[in-house]
Design a protein around this ligand. Sequence first.
Ligand code: GLN
Length: 536
Amino acid sequence: MAKFIVVTGGVISGLGKGISSASIGKLLSSKLRVIPIKCDGYLNTDPGTMNPIEHGEVFVLDDGGEVDMDFGHYERFLEVNAKSSWNLTMGKIFQEILDNEREGNYLGKTVQYIPHVTDLIKQKFYQISQDENADIILIEIGGTVGDMENELYLEAVRQLGQEVGEHNIIFIHLTYIPKPRTTKEQKSKPTQQSVKLLNERGIWPSVIIGRASRSLTPATKNKIAMFCNVPSEAVISGVNVGSVYEIPLLYNEEGLPGILHKRLNIYSPPHLVEWRELVEKIKKPSHSVTIAICGKYTALQDSYASIIEALAQSGAHLDTRIHIKWLETTRIEDGETTIEKELEGVNGVIVPGGFGTRGIEGKIQVIKYVRENKIPFLGICYGMQLAVVEYARNVCGMANANTVEVECDNNSVEVPVVCILPSQREVTRKGGTMRLGGQDVALKPDTQAYELYGKARMIRQRFRHRYEINPEFVTILEEQGLVFSGYHPEEKIVQLMELPGHPFFIGTQFHPELISRLEKPEPLFYNLVKYSLMKA
Ligand code: GLN
């Protein structure tokens, strides 16, 4: 049977529980199969229909699941190909409960939060553990202890602890240790109170990770140990760091692996040699470049979490610090600023994925500028579609070219160079209905993309879209100089685009950021940084 690690959070949200959980898993993953499960309290089935500004990036899995952005951290740290069933939401749980009830599976019974909902949650944990042949099930409970919406998960993990016994489960609590300017000392009271909230729920954490600007002092550790009933070695400093990839190294130095080994009776020494070297490169690089990310969700950087990581990973291999310049393209449309001003000193540009009408004319202007000025450019999903719109308008003379995504009742697109995918025409329901997940991409030999992917004939990438480059315009766009360098292997769906004569002007229908890893950065990001360095 698998052993369980349960991570909860307290005091405030936004402490990086996902990265902490992924780092804990990383420390054990050299010899053990660690499977992450994320429990979200909201009633959406999945985050796919939420605005990224509200909830951060929607991460897309190879199996097509739209899941919490923490799965980005898990996949980047744990070398797993996660599955959508590993993301529980209260929406999914209640849906199953109600379906069961209508099926008559509870005939004669009153269906209740306890035991029916908690039993179903526990059943999911056991089922995933069995299906995946897991050594460690790493359960992260979303939100902060005390949130109403997570109570049922907490009760379920309490019961789980009772069922599997203390040497098969460990509870880790992540909290915040403030250091108010007035007292100039680390304050443990919020942590004590947060642990008490857990205790009230029958959960006694064995490890407490205190997030703080500096290492926890021995006095702070002792105080937390005394009032939270843990040995002081089990109070771990979670200090602010420049790169998230430092966190497993930090927990390792604080002795966390030994505590886990002893408690769970396991042995899996961390393998961090290559990881540490790459982290050193991130911390002390020799070069630097500035890459602009031009989108409309720039108010919350978590909306583009995987892009930021893919850039940092590429920077580690190129000994380069990446400065990110955020450009909210609506500001260009509103005349608040100009492209020349915003892109001054910028060495490369990304136009990321997006949806709807707002901000797109600004993006199109940015793309025109980088095409004409030969600034390295990566257009991702909507970014590629808009690059085609720009090219059609400004090079091919189709002034009214656009994507039909902007169409509404009184506005129809005259020259639809981006159209709806045939498979999407009849789709009316919104959740989980886009073209989603991993697909093969056949590369066209003798193109730049083919070279950058090491002359591979076929690559695998992840998708999330409803629209595509209109096949009716492919010939005319190609006659005017664009090259479509990657296609779906059977259907004629354009998946990659490039512009010969420009050093690096590439568009992808897929999201290369989702599969980039620290040890193996995605080639398009790597080369975007490399070409941007030449401009720096
Ligand atoms: N809105 C575009 C589409 O649905 C692009 C999606 C995206 O960028 N992820 O096709």
